[in-house]
Design a protein around this ligand. Structure first.
Ligand code: PEP
Ligand code: MG
Length: 824
């Protein structure tokens, strides 16, 4: 039971007596009204001021115990435009029972307002209902006005009168509780018959079913968070949410890392330092984007009309977002946007505004503003990114409601677009003007806009700071690395142009021959494949010249969801990749989850050293139903296409034999021929045992990302040590050499599918050591082929031989300089 204190001294009146159907018919929710005799409104409990009307006559308090109360002083008092009201709190303030919220002048109100009667409304009536109410008559402020009780499964908050289960933890999500994890948390919370709250360290509370409110808590990596629940399944709910948070939801980052985030400080004069969101070089005149504020009419045209307009506008936006969620770039974030648009708390706030006579557009803007405020206050760049997403949703829905206003002015072709921040949907429109690059004051490297820019191949720098505003239109600019150079010196500009011309010429020449085979100058053929991480990437890879897929990371089917995909869902996805690749080879890696790639649906005990723990093939052999389902799905398509299966994280023969036995059994049962089985060489053990493993497997592909981490004992997810991970270290090269030699003893071929395969200076060593297939990101296929064509295998063997004797990676790099100069 939650007791609500009277916010006023006055006379208790039933809502039915309030001469306004909005309140009397409980359109905003149930409650009571008080006719004040003193001009002071106090907090009816402990909580947060979640909204305060600009006119100072209405305030919403989200109580710690869950109820959200709207207190509306007088009727039609909005028309006073603040006259007679003196709020002493502001939005976002934490308030305690009895604290003064608003002072108001009874005389002014008595003269100007239709009535002074003040409804106190419970706006989240789906979660709380009135269980008792003060009888009409006099009441002192702070005395019990009514009591509330949570309504059970539908309740979004915790009644502290029930036994409460709670657990606290520190957030291990690398980017805190941003939109995607918040949406997942809310979805999981909805599966239990419990009222669950997420409580921040400073006491702010969000109902666990409201992703937008959770987002509003602005909880960054390392924040202390408490999950509180009450109700029949409270303990299960708390355990499930803690487990989900501890899994990291694919974004696990241990605590106590050195912060090596790039400097955002202003650089030397003529330069601004930022964060690389999309790498590349761009040169062009500056063009400042001036955000045009969308004007919004405040007064509504009737509750029904505005409500209908909001529903229709939201429906159209949801349709667009659903379509975008299917797209290759930014699909996951569009899906998170969808969850945000559908957020019940966001809708509630908008609905309340409409009920107060506001237009749909005004209501939506107010609702977004309420949740944007805490994100604005957050210092965490990830929350700044999510603020952009929220503001983009605001603009998009306003455009749906009122129709696009003036089309925005377009930059001249070739310009470097400068903006305070850039919303994803805006970027799509602006990019049509054929701009050269983008630089923004704020924003983050993983924002939705950055993902779209990457898809369009537009170099982008973010977080350059307000110095960007000082750059006038037309100023010559160069985007290079993490720096925006104001190229007022013509010589510097010429030099940059020369460099860019060379780069572009190399790229264009490479693209012109993207579909030719990669053959070294002496006639040695090297296959160049693409690494794929989504069905949609396959078509693109073929267009970019990939001869096949050397690594299909099947995790895309398994992460970011609440249950693993069925055999049929998997089969269809693999079939789609086979179809998109035509007759080209496809190497499918079985599921590589665990360690830095946790799946929320898979409860794994926390591990002290997850990189050395239950991951890759170890995990699949520990949970064979996962492996069997995936193998059956692959066997379902195998007969139709040139598909091979590859196992991740192999360390010994037993793992291969055990998997092979399962594959043989399943192929017999299904009456199909088992495809070739190969392994990834990602551990020093597999490299050193290559000759033994080669008896059992058909091919090897070296995962240099993991091989380097294990060889050099540097956790690739730990920023404090990952910078020192260099696959050109002679220790890694020796393991590659051992693999190729071991494989060759039994006539097996070795490819490389780790990131090293796409590094131009590494290619001579790899092919010099005998690697015959390189699998790289699709965007790197053409340039990797071009790099190979410039090489002579005898020369590569020679430098590779020296590299194996080199003392360190620097010495290895020096060996390749003359070769690269020849290629330039
Ligand atoms: C690798 O380890 O090099 C590799 C290709 O696998 P992943 O990066 O997916 O772990
Ligand atoms: Mg790997």
């Amino acid at each position: 039971m939650i007791e609500i204190g009277s916010p006023l001294t006055g006379w208790v009146t039933a809502l039915d007596e309030v001469p306004d159907p909005v309140f009397a018919e409980r359109m905003l929710g149930d409650g009571l009204a008080v006719d004040p005799v003193e001009g002071r409104l106090i907090a009816p409990g402990n909580g947060i001021v979640s909204s305060l009307h600009a006119a100072g006559h209405a305030i919403t308090i989200t109580l710690d115990a869950g109820p959200v109360l709207l207190i509306h002083i007088g009727l039609d008092t909005v028309a006073l435009h603040g006259e007679g009201f003196a709020p002493v709190v502001k939005e976002g303030d934490r308030v305690g029972l009895g604290q003064t919220l608003i002072e108001f002048d009874l005389d002014v109100l008595a003269r100007s307002a239709r009535s002074l009667v003040t409804p106190v409304i419970v706006t989240n009536g789906d979660a709380f209902r009135l269980s008792s109410a003060a009888i009409p008559g006099p009441i002192d402020c702070g005395s019990g006005l009514f009591t509330l009780e949570a309504t059970g499964a539908a309740a979004a908050a915790v009644s502290l009168d029930q036994p409460v289960v709670s657990r606290s933890l520190k957030l291990l999500l690398a980017h805190g509780l941003h939109a995607r994890p918040a949406a997942r948390l809310a979805k999981r919370a909805g599966e239990f018959d419990a009222q669950v709250q997420i409580v921040a360290e400073d006491g702010r509370v969000a109902p666990a079913r409201s992703p937008v409110t959770i987002l509003g808590l602005g909880l960054g990596h390392g924040s202390e968070v408490t999950i509180k629940a009450a109700g029949p399944q409270a303990a299960e709910a708390v355990d499930a949410l803690v487990e989900l948070l501890e899994s990291g939801m694919g974004e696990l980052k241990p605590l106590a890392k050195a912060d090596s985030s790039p400097s955002r400080t202003k650089g030397l004069s003529g330069e601004l330092k930022g964060i690389v969101a999309v790498p590349g070089m761009a040169i062009g005149p500056a063009w400042q984007l001036r955000q045009v504020d969308i004007a919004v009419r405040e007064e509504g045209r009737g509750i029904a009309k505005e409500r209908e307009a909001l529903t229709a506008g939201r429906g159209r936006l949801e349709q667009s977002l659903t379509a975008e969620a299917q797209q290759e770039h930014g699909g996951a974030i569009a899906a998170a946007h969808l969850a945000m648009v559908a957020d019940p708390v966001l809708s509630d706030v908008a609905e309340r505004q409409i009920m107060l006579g506001k237009s749909a557009a005004f209501a939506w803007r107010q609702a977004i503003a309420q949740f944007a405020a805490p994100l604005r206050r957050s210092n965490d760049p990830r929350f700044a990114e999510r603020l952009d997403d929220l503001l983009d949703l605001e603009r998009r829905l306003l455009a749906e409601l009122d129709g696009e206003a003036e089309p925005p002015p377009l930059p001249p072709a070739g310009a470097v677009l400068l903006a305070e921040t850039l919303y994803p949907s805006q970027l799509k429109a602006l990019a049509e003007a054929d701009i050269a690059g983008i630089a923004t004051v704020a924003g983050g490297a993983t924002s939705h806009a950055a993902i779209i820019a990457a898809g369009l191949g537009l170099p982008m720098l973010v977080g350059l700071g307000e110095g960007l505003f000082e750059i006038t239109d037309g100023t010559p600019l160069v985007v290079r690395g993490d720096t925006l150079v104001i190229a007022s010196d013509p010589a510097a500009l010429d030099q940059a142009r020369e460099e860019a011309t060379k780069r572009q010429a190399r790229k264009t020449a490479a693209e012109a021959r993207a579909h030719d085979l990669a053959v070294t100058s002496d006639g040695t053929r090297i296959e160049v494949f693409a690494n794929l991480g989504a069905v949609a990437e396959a078509t693109l890879a073929v267009k970019q010249g990939a001869e096949g897929c050397g690594l299909l990371r099947t995790e895309f089917l398994f992460l970011d969801r609440d249950a693993p995909p069925s055999e049929e869902e998997q089969r269809l996805a693999y079939q789609q990749v086979v179809d998109a690749l035509g007759s080209r080879p496809l190497i499918v890696r079985t599921l590589d989850i665990g360690a830095d790639k946790p799946a929320p649906w898979l409860p794994l005990d926390p591990e002290d050293n997850p990189a050395l723990g239950l991951r890759g093939i170890r995990l699949q052999l520990a949970q064979t139903e996962l492996l069997e389902t995936q193998l059956r799905a692959l066997l379902g398509v195998a007969s139709g296409g040139p598909l091979k299966i590859m196992l991740p994280m192999v360390t010994g023969l037993n793992e291969v034999r055990e998997t092979k036995a399962i594959l043989d059994r399943l192929s017999n049962e299904m009456g199909v021929v088992a495809p070739d089985l190969g392994i990834m060489v990602e551990t020093p053990a597999a490299a050193l045992l290559a000759a033994i493993l080669a008896r059992e497997v058909a091919f090897f592909s070296i995962g240099t990302n993991d091989l380097s981490q294990y060889a050099l004992a540097r956790d690739r997810t730990n920023r404090a040590v990952a910078d020192g991970l260099d696959p050109l270290d002679p220790a890694v090269l020796r393991l590659i050499d051992a693999t190729v030699l071991g494989a060759a003893e039994h006539g097996r071929v070795t490819g490389v599918c780790g990131g090293m395969a796409a590094v131009a200076e590494a290619v001579p060593f790899l092919i010099g050591l005998g690697v015959t297939e390189l699998s790289v990101p699709a965007s790197a296929v053409a340039e990797t082929k071009a790099a190979i064509r410039n090489l002579d295998i005898a020369r590569c063997r020679e430098v590779a031989g020296y590299a194996l004797e080199a003392p360190d990676a620097v010495a290895v790099r020096n060996l390749v300089v003359p070769l690269l100069e020849q290629m330039a």
